[in-house]
Design a protein around this ligand. Structure first.
Ligand SMILES: [Zn+2]
Length: 145
């Protein structure tokens, strides 16, 4: 809070604030920097500049609170996203497991079918052999199959 140098009215908020770093002094570490505000008096409408240490501190505390809340929000958002992703990954892994099991079952079905076919082919070859012997056909090349 500052007082108007013209009429003495208390002005609470600065129109504009900025940090001043006196380069020479800052280099020697005497006065690092300070905040200056541009004020407009609500009574006499005059504008003036003043150091705003107290106001700045007040605003910074408020800013820190707002920042902390934002960080909390972001953290909560991240936690939710993580939970969602974890659930999604779990669901996907379950689905992957189910698909792998299905593939395994289909492989077994295919294997047993291949085995059955092999047995059938073997039986058919034996039948052909028996028929050839019965008909007295010798030599496979002569047989017009
Ligand atoms: Zn004034």
């Amino acid at each position: 809070m500052v007082n108007c140098p013209n009429c003495g009215t208390t002005v609470t908020t600065a129109v504009k604030c900025w940090t001043v770093s006196p380069a020479k002094q800052a280099a020697y570490g005497v006065i690092p920097e300070f905040r200056v505000g541009l004020f407009k008096c609500p009574e006499c409408k005059s504008t003036f500049r003043s150091k705003v240490n107290n106001i700045t501190q007040h605003l910074e505390t408020k800013d820190v609170k707002i920042l902390a809340e934002k960080v909390k929000d972001i953290h909560e958002g991240l936690t939710q996203t993580l939970r969602f992703l974890r659930e999604k990954i779990n669901a996907l892994e379950t689905e992957r497991q189910a698909l792998l099991m299905e593939i395994e079952q289909l492989k077994k079905v295919a294997e047993s079918r291949a085995n059955t076919l092999e047995v059938e082919i073997k039986q058919l070859r034996e039948e052909i052999k028996a028929l050839r012997e019965l008909l007295g056909v010798d030599g496979e090349a002569k047989w017009p199959l």
